[in-house]
Every structure is written in C-alpha cells, then in structure tokens.
Write a protein that binds this ligand. Structure first.
Ligand code: URA
Length: 239
C-alpha cells in the first residue's frame, strides 16, 4: 500500500506536489469515489482515475527536464551536490540520457529505459542537438564557417555543424549564437569554441531532434509526448 499522491507521481503523470493539488481539487477518484483528503493509501488493485483518465500503464518513463545550472547529470554525486534526479518524480531507477555539464542548462531526457538511452547515445546517432551559446569576443564570419566545417579537437574532427542567429554584444564584447550539432562528445561545444579562441561563457541546450523546452521554466519537467518518443527513436536509427 502506498500513498495516493506518490502512486500518481510515480506513474510519471506529474510531480507529487501537483498530484496533491489534483487531489485537493477533487480530480482524483479511487474505485469511483472522489478522494480529497491527503494520505489515503492505495494498492495495485485500486482503480485510480485523474481527470477521468487512468494513470499511464507502462512502468517505462520518459521525462524532458529543463536542467538548471548548478546540478550534475549523474544519479549520485560523491560531493553531495544536487543531481538532475532531484527535479523529477522518484520513479524507479531513472537516469539521464547523456550529460550536460554542471554549469550548462537546458533540455535533458531522463528515463528508466536503457534500450532507448543506448539508442540515443550511440555514436552513429545523428539526432540534431541545438545549443544557445554565448562566447567571448567578436566571432568573425570566417571563424564561424570554420566551426561549421568541422574543428580538430585532439585527434578528432567534429562533424559538420550549423551556426545561426549570430548577435554581437558590443557592451559585453560577447557573441551569442545558435549551434546545431549531430554528435555529443565530452565537452564538445566548449572544446569547439575553445579551439578557435572563443571560450564559452554560457551554454544552454534548447532542442533535441523535434523536442524543445516549449515554455518550461528552469527545474521543470514534463513527460515526453508519444509522438516525440517515436520520432526520436526513428531519428536515432537513421544513418
Ligand atoms: N557541450 C559542452 O561542452 N557541454 C555540455 O554540457 C554540452 C555540450
């Protein structure tokens, strides 16, 4: 037996706080009866409806998190820092798909589906990743074109990339731009701009394939929509 709000949150439908609000608003029924008091315990046999709809069936969950800066993309941290899992419901054994640096914000997928995670992170996957990047200095057109063609990092050359929406800020002597890449090597974006002497000051991932942050706020999560999941799987398999 588990508390109703926990069962709702663990289904991946929403956070526990939102589940409590839904209960208070009289939107949750258990075996046909509206439950508005907190702490009611339910079991697997109970029939729970939220807004008249059953909870998601599968125990596989797929979240889109707007990762804030100041947390690690790991399940645990030996230094006891905040992790990305502090922002999603405490569903069984979820983990981030790939990584964003401690000081990087933006779109991160979190799941308990290992097969999906492997598919997304395999080196042959060419899913587009879009970043909003702020770099030091004035980024010349030629430099931008060099980055797009591919930059040598150690013994490796980055794949073709796209840069758009380049804006120079005279006051701060920084350049903001959108960068689209189709790979995800360790510290890739920072190393690409480091290699052309424009250190990255700020980095945010805004898109993964067709998945965007919409109007989410930092620290918020949502469920990945079924068509987004389908599309990501499709794109990851495409060579
Ligand atoms: N590239 C980086 O350098 N850091 C990130 O967090 C993501 C991409």
């Amino acid at each position: 037996m588990e508390r109703l709000q926990k069962v709702i949150a663990n289904s991946g439908l929403c956070s526990r706080r939102v589940a409590e609000e839904l209960i208070e608003q009289g939107k949750v029924t258990v075996n046909g009866e509206v439950i508005q008091t907190m702490g009611v315990k339910v079991s697997k046999k109970d029939h729970i409806l939220v807004d008249g709809k059953a909870l998601p069936e599968s125990n596989l969950v797929y979240y889109v998190l707007y990762k804030p800066e100041g947390c690690v993309s790991t399940v645990e941290d030996e230094k006891n820092r905040k992790t990305v899992l502090d922002f999603v419901p405490s569903t069984e054994r979820v983990f981030p798909v790939g990584r964003l640096d401690y000081d990087t914000s933006g779109l991160l997928l979190i799941t308990n589906d290992g097969t999906f995670s492997n598919l997304m992170t395999q080196p042959t996957s060419r899913i587009e990743k879009e970043y909003l990047v702020k770099v030091e200095g004035f980024l010349r057109k030629e430099t931008s074109a060099r980055v797009e063609r591919g930059i040598k990092i150690d013994d490796y050359k980055t794949r073709r990339a796209r840069i758009r929406n380049v804006v120079y800020n005279k006051k701060t002597e920084t350049t903001s731009l959108s960068l689209i890449i189709t790979e995800g090597k360790y510290h890739q974006v920072k190393r690409m701009f480091e290699a052309v002497n424009h250190p990255v000051i700020k980095l945010k991932r805004t898109r993964l394939g067709i998945v965007t942050l919409d109007d989410m706020a930092k620290g918020e999560f949502r469920l990945l929509k079924p068509h987004e999941l389908k599309q990501l799987r499709h794109l990851a398999k495409k060579k």
